[in-house]
Design a protein around this ligand. Structure first.
Ligand code: MG
Length: 284
C-alpha cells in the first residue's frame, strides 16, 4: 500500500492508493485513522486497517494538494554516508568497514513538489538520491537475518547537501541540515508491496531531466538489513524511526566541472517500484 500525507488548504490529511486513484480523509474527519506516524507505531495490521478506511474516503487529486514529508515526527532520522563504493571513491574517501552514520533533522525536510532551498550561505547545493527504510517494530540487537522483520516500509529521499559546510567538520551535520534541503516522499510504501530490503530495485536521480545518478539498490555496501542490525547494536530503533540509506555515485561535487543545483532547476529521484520524488530548486 502507498500512503501520502497532504495539506489541502489548511487541513492536513492522509491518502491511500486504490485501484481508482488516491482516496483519503482530512484529519478532522470522524473516521480519520490518524497520522502515518501513529499508524506505523501501531503496526502493520493498523496500517492495513487504516488503508481500508481511507480507501472509502473522498478522491484526492495529487495535483491539487500539497505533499508533506511522509514522516515528520520520529525519535531518530539516521542517515548513512559512503554506502556505495563508487560514490565513496568519487569523494574521494577510503571505503569504511562500518557505516558512516549521521543525523538529519526534520527541520530540513520538504515534501514532494515543494522547493528544495539553496541557502544564502553557499552555492554548493548538491543532490543525493537515496532509499529510505522506516522501522515498524522496536529493534535492539537484532541479527541481519531478523532485521527486515523490523522494517515496515520504504520511501525516497533527496539528501541535498551543502558541500562546503559538510566538509567544515568531519561529522557532516551542518552541511546536511540546512532548512528546506531534504526532499522526502512522495509517499510511504508498505514493505509487503516491495521485495525484501528493496533488493533488485534501481535508483536514478535526474537533474532537469538528465540522468546524473543511476545504480542498483543491491550496490549498497551495507544493505538495509545490515544497517538495521548494526544500528540496533548501538541504539534501540523505535517504530517510526527512519534510516536514510546513502547515495550512489554521480554527485555534483565530484564532477568536472562541478554541478550545483540552482534556482529554477528540478531534481527528481526515482526508485523503481516506489515512485518519483520531484522537487524544484529555489533560492532561500
Ligand atoms: Mg547522503
Amino acid at each position: 500500500m502507498k500512503f501520502f500525507a497532504y495539506m489541502d488548504g489548511k487541513a492536513q490529511g492522509l491518502a491511500v492508493e486504490t485501484p481508482d486513484g488516491f482516496r483519503g480523509l482530512n484529519a478532522k474527519a470522524d473516521r480519520f485513522p490518524g497520522r502515518l506516524e501513529k499508524l506505523i507505531a501501531q503496526g502493520g495490521d493498523a496500517l492495513a486497517e487504516a488503508g481500508k478506511v481511507l480507501a472509502k474516503g473522498r478522491e484526492i487529486d495529487p495535483a491539487q494538494v500539497k505533499f508533506l514529508p511522509p514522516i515528520r515526527k520520529a525519535g531518530k532520522f539516521i542517515a548513512v554516508g559512503l554506502n556505495y563504493r563508487a560514490h565513496t571513491a568519487e569523494g574521494p574517501y577510503e571505503q569504511p568497514d562500518y557505516p558512516t552514520l549521521f543525523a538529519r533533522f526534520a527541520s530540513s525536510f520538504v515534501g514532494h513538489g515543494q522547493p528544495i532551498l539553496r541557502p544564502k550561505a553557499s552555492v554548493q547545493l548538491d543532490y543525493e538520491g537515496e532509499l529510505v527504510a522506516v522501522i515498524g517494530k522496536r529493534a535492539k540487537d537484532v541479527s541481519v537475518d531478523q532485521a527486515l522483520d523490523h522494517v515496515i516500509g520504504y520511501s525516497i529521499f533527496n539528501d541535498a547537501s551543502v558541500r562546503d559546510y559538510q566538509r567544515r567538520t568531519p561529522q557532516w551535520t551542518p552541511g546536511k541540515n540546512f532548512d528546506g534541503t531534504g526532499g522526502f516522499g512522495p509517499w510511504f510504501v508498505s514493505a509487503d508491496a516491495l521485495p525484501p530490503g528493496c533488493k533488485g530495485l534501481t535508483l536514478e536521480t535526474r537533474l532537469n531531466g538528465q540522468s546524473v545518478q543511476k545504480a542498483p539498490i543491491d550496490d549498497m555496501v551495507f544493505p538495509v538489513a545490515d544497517l538495521v542490525s548494526i544500528i540496533s547494536a548501538v541504539m534501540t530503533l523505535e517504530p517510526g524511526d527512519v534510516i536514510i540509506t546513502g547515495t550512489p555515485s554521480g554527485v555534483g561535487h565530484a564532477r568536472k566541472p562541478q554541478l550545483w543545483m540552482k534556482d529554477g532547476d528540478t531534481c527528481e529521484v526515482e526508485i523503481s517500484g516506489i515512485g518519483i520524488l520531484s522537487n524544484p530548486i529555489k533560492d532561500a
